[in-house]
Design a protein around this ligand. Structure first.
Ligand code: NDP
Length: 286
């Protein structure tokens, strides 16, 4: 059976390139006495969150970025959590702050995001950074998964300007920010969601199709135009196996390029977090 290797956009390879670049930058900054430090707050013992945080620690270790994980019970009060965030905001030795999602239900995610100093908001979720993204600024901290998608396209020499791009999914962490990034790069962008009528009719127009729905194999060959570039953000665990939102078997034969799951967008998120942490450290020197 054909594996479509020639069509694969490998997030594994591209994220490694980015981490190597960050590692080099961190080493040269250290020679000038500049350090980068990421603080991650982890609430409770959710297994997936533990794995995500461990991978962030490993990413920091690889790049030479200092990291601190602050572990707290999931029963922590909102006030106590906000105090921790305030402390990290004030700590000059900490450049990036991330509170691992999902948060316990009694804590307002919005309040926590608002409490993080936008200059240390390496997740790029603070309304200040979101607003700057809407204004077209690339100088601020931008969310990691959407930035990773842009890197995948750029480093695969996929032209964006003038292309019809369809984004399926309008979440604050993927769909909406990547919509704005693509628009800023002069694509003609359409965004779809669960109320979109005739999804197939819209996605079939896409030269570049970005899918972030959270439903295993939802996008199939019937949704895709021949020659389209397909970026699958989905990570869906079904019976202990990972699936994307795109049905690889029916879409890969049609696509000109496609990201696999796993090994596509997933590894890019951590690489971009590393990049953001160094950016935050450099900004703190300005
Ligand atoms: P959300 O659940 O926040 O958003 C899903 C979006 O998909 C919503 O906008 C929803 O529409 C839309 N949607 C749901 N069903 C349909 C449908 N039938 N037709 C069209 N649109 C639909 O998801 P996230 O953006 O947080 O995540 C999406 C996927 O990406 C998940 O699998 C997640 O695990 C993965 N992910 C991967 C990351 C990575 O690092 N690789 C990082 C972040 C997420 P509506 O708004 O109308 O409800």
């Amino acid at each position: 059976m054909r594996n479509y290797e020639d069509k694969i956009i490998s997030g594994k390879i591209i994220s490694q390139q980015i981490k190597d670049e960050v590692k080099e930058e961190v080493a040269s900054l250290k020679e000038k006495g500049l350090y980068s430090h990421l603080a991650v707050v982890l609430l409770g013992d959710d297994p997936s969150s533990q794995v995500y945080v461990r991978n962030k620690e490993l990413g920091c270790e690889y790049c030479g970025i200092e990291s601190t994980v602050i572990r707290q019970s999931k029963d922590i009060t909102e006030k106590e959590l906000l105090q921790i965030v305030k402390g990290l905001n004030k700590d000059k030795k900490v450049h990036g702050i991330l509170v691992q999602m999902p948060m316990p239900e009694h804590i307002s995610k919005e309040k926590v995001i608002l409490a993080i100093d936008p200059m240390k908001d390496v997740d790029g979720f603070h309304p200040y950074n979101v607003g700057q993204l809407l204004y077209g600024s690339s100088d601020v901290l931008l969310p990691c998964t959407p930035s990773g998608i842009m890197e995948l396209l750029d480093r695969s020499d996929i032209a964006i300007a003038g292309k019809n791009v369809v984004v399926v999914g309008r979440s604050n962490i993927v769909g909406k920010p990547v919509f704005h990034m693509l628009l800023e790069r002069n694509a003609t962008v359409t965004i779809c969601h669960s109320k979109t009528k005739d999804l197939v009719g819209v996605t079939k127009q896409a030269d570049i199709l970005v899918v972030a729905i959270g439903k295993a194999n939802m996008i199939t060959g019937e949704h895709v135009k021949e020659g389209a570039v397909v970026i699958d953000v989905g990570v869906n665990r079904v019976n202990d196996k990972l699936y994307g939102d795109v049905e690889f078997e029916t879409v890969a034969p049609l696509a000109s390029r496609i990201t696999p799951v796993p090994g596509g967008v997933g590894p890019m998120t951590i690489a971009m977090l590393m990049k953001n942490t160094v950016k935050a450290a450099l900004n703190s020197e300005k």
